[in-house]
Design a binder for this molecule. Structure first.
Ligand code: PGA
Length: 251
């Protein structure tokens, strides 16, 4: 059985009091649900207070980025060992906003993935194509290259303790979700690619879908055989929506 997960990506949203309200509502609604992992990836600064609120609940917390370096003169950066101080079990790496807006190339993403794993933190590796790339018919090539950069650095075995999130860039924050069939096609492409290198790892690998997942479309996406959950942006900021998405996976 593959692990199933719904992960929220708050991006640069929230404040202390809003976060508390949001989390209290989520904690209450998801209390006792088992068999699915729930996670919120929050801005660094809120990790201590989120840790405090979520301690002893069935919701985990994580970060949205991590430095590729262990320590040193890297002003403004946060290392994986610092995330460990706040008991983060997960970190998102290679989100398309980091790649597109902050210049992270696939090699840098691979280094971040490696830095997380070295610290015992599970990376959630984001891959996905832009609209231009999809229309040019290069989706599979783009994703293969993004994955290859990580596998080259850390080996296919490293995927045993990782999660992949397929997030078509054109579906992120646009309200335009990939159809369940489109998402399934890419998820199975990812799994088959890894299967060629190691079938056990491919079978056990959790692959999340992200990009305008909402309460209204979550079930049909999660029903697809290679979609093991979701990485949720906008809808993770609204308690009823996030909870509905979590319940859709739990069924
Ligand atoms: P969205 O974001 O759900 O708002 O489209 C998903 C993401 O960026 O992870």
């Amino acid at each position: 059985m593959r692990r199933k997960m719904v992960a929220g990506n708050w991006k640069m949203h929230g404040n202390l009091s809003e976060n508390k309200q949001l989390l209290n509502a989520i904690v209450t609604s998801l209390d006792g649900l088992q068999g699915v992992e729930f996670l919120v990836c929050v801005p660094y600064l809120y990790l201590p207070s989120v840790q405090d609120t979520l301690q002893n609940t069935n919701i985990a917390w994580g970060a949205q980025n991590v430095s590729q370096y262990e320590k040193g003169p890297y002003t403004g950066e946060i290392s994986a060992s610092m995330l460990n101080d706040f008991e983060c079990r997960y970190v998102i790496v290679g989100h398309s906003e980091r790649r597109a807006l902050f210049g992270e190339d696939s090699h840098t993403v691979a280094k971040k993935y490696q830095a997380a794993q070295r610290a015992g933190i599970t990376p959630i590796l984001c891959v996905g194509e832009t609209l231009e790339q999809r229309e040019a018919g290069t989706t599979e090539q783009v994703i293969e290259d993004q994955l290859a950069a990580v596998i080259k650095l850390t080996g296919v075995e490293s995927l045993v303790s990782a999660i992949i999130a397929y997030e078509p860039v054109w579906a992120i924050g646009t309200g335009r979700t990939a159809s369940p069939e489109q998402a399934q096609d890419t998820h199975s492409f990812i799994r088959e690619g890894i299967e060629k290198q190691n079938a056990n790892i491919a079978n056990g690998l959790t692959i999340l879908y992200g990009g305008s997942v909402k309460a209204s479309n979550a079930s049909e996406l999660f029903d697809m055989p290679d979609i093991d959950g979701g990485l949720i942006g906008g809808a993770s900021l609204v308690a009823v929506d996030f909870v509905a998405i979590c319940r859709a996976l739990h069924q």
